[in-house]
Design a binder for this molecule. Structure first.
Ligand SMILES: [Zn+2]
Length: 364
């Protein structure tokens, strides 16, 4: 199997188009056309992880955090990033980063976080904006099913828990072809008036070229009439953070104790107790201080995230319990999820969970 075949599975798990604009995801180092020898999945592709990959004969390292984040102008090995990159290149090891592509996925980092805590009825906390487009096209009734199915197969028509969603309305289409035309109905220079169906479907914008290809190769007409609209709707299934509920509410102390145990957190910093029972909980794995207000607005009783500064604890405003459980800890089960996903999709192949602890933060 080639490295690039494994990358396709990773893209299926977390489309790179889901990543935030500031991010640096995908294949960061190496040749995707190389034959794959094994996959090592880790949180951070540090030098010790590259060593582990060499020992375990894995030439693809899948990391959650991109080891290469900002541009490098010199690669001399003067810091931990450059040393890891040099070692990977010298040993023909590819590095692939997932990061916000998986953060934004409905089954990704925050769903894994919610599942670890036992939260139910989960919803995306910050639904992604400017991500949905709408295609409108027109065809003869005999061609509707073919066009619609091709659009669905290309990924159009998914709304929440429903697929194959479309709206179809009857109408009259008109046209007249010039001397170069070859009309499906009627002749050149003949004014044609015919029954047509207008098909409307929505799609995630990164699928546009695939969807247009499906439209053009399945539409009955020589010249396909279509329109694409940019929608203002948020995408309910893609976005950062998640909110869910416990079956049984608990008090704040009990809640924090359970979080500490389930997330294997060594220390939790938290805001003043509100005195409320904890039922609804918002989570955002990694640095999530920007979402405190969203968690309050969503009616969360508690918000779990990481990298909070002193003043940000005041932003809880006694409306929820705000807790910093540690950056690594809040994302700790992500690598296990990636391993499980790859093992399910790629059978009889070495997919290994890294044994290196890459958390740079220690607790006394
Ligand atoms: Zn992170």
């Amino acid at each position: 199997m080639k490295i690039k075949e494994i990358l396709l599975v990773l893209e299926e798990m977390a489309p790179l188009a889901y990543a935030e604009d500031f991010d640096n995801v995908g294949l960061l180092v190496g040749d995707q056309n190389a034959e794959a020898s094994g996959v090592l999945v880790c949180h951070d592709a540090l030098e010790n992880v590259i060593d582990e990959a060499i020992t375990k004969k894995c030439n693809l390292v899948v990391c959650f955090h991109p080891i290469l984040f900002s541009g490098l102008k010199k690669i001399t090995g003067k810091n931990y990033v450059e040393r890891a990159i040099i070692k990977a290149i010298k040993n023909d090891i590819c590095i692939y980063a997932v990061h916000t592509a998986l953060d934004n996925h409905q089954n990704g980092v925050n769903k894994i976080f919610c599942d670890a805590l036992g939260l139910k009825n989960t919803k995306v906390l910050l639904p992604k904006q400017n991500f949905i487009r709408k295609l409108v096209t027109y065809t003869i009734p005999e061609n509707v099913e073919k066009v619609r199915n091709a659009l669905f197969d290309a990924g159009a028509g998914n709304i929440g828990n429903y697929e194959d969603c479309s709206f179809n309305s009857k109408g009259i289409g008109t046209y007249m072809g010039n001397e170069n035309s070859n009309p499906q109905l009627g002749e050149r220079f003949e004014f044609v008036e015919t029954a047509e169906i207008k098909i409307e479907v929505t799609f995630e914008k990164y699928l546009e070229s695939k969807i247009l290809k499906a439209l053009f190769s399945n539409h009955a007409y020589e010249e396909v009439a279509y329109e694409i609209y940019e929608l203002q709707n948020n995408h309910q299934n893609i976005g950062l953070g998640m909110i869910g509920e416990f079956d049984t509410p608990m008090d704040e102390k009990e809640f924090l104790t359970a979080v500490k145990e389930k997330m294997q957190a060594e220390g939790i910093r938290y805001s003043t107790f509100t005195g409320k029972q904890i039922k609804k909980v918002a989570v955002l794995g990694g640095s999530g201080s920007y979402a405190i207000k969203n968690a309050i607005m969503a009616g969360a009783d508690a918000f779990l995230t990481a990298d909070l500064k002193y003043h940000q604890f005041y932003e809880a405003e006694n409306q929820l319990l705000l807790a910093d459980i540690g950056h690594f800890e809040s994302e700790r089960y992500t690598k296990n999820y990636i391993v499980d996903y790859l093992r399910k999709k790629i059978l009889n192949f070495a997919i290994i969970l890294s044994e290196e602890n890459t958390n740079p933060v220690k607790y006394l």
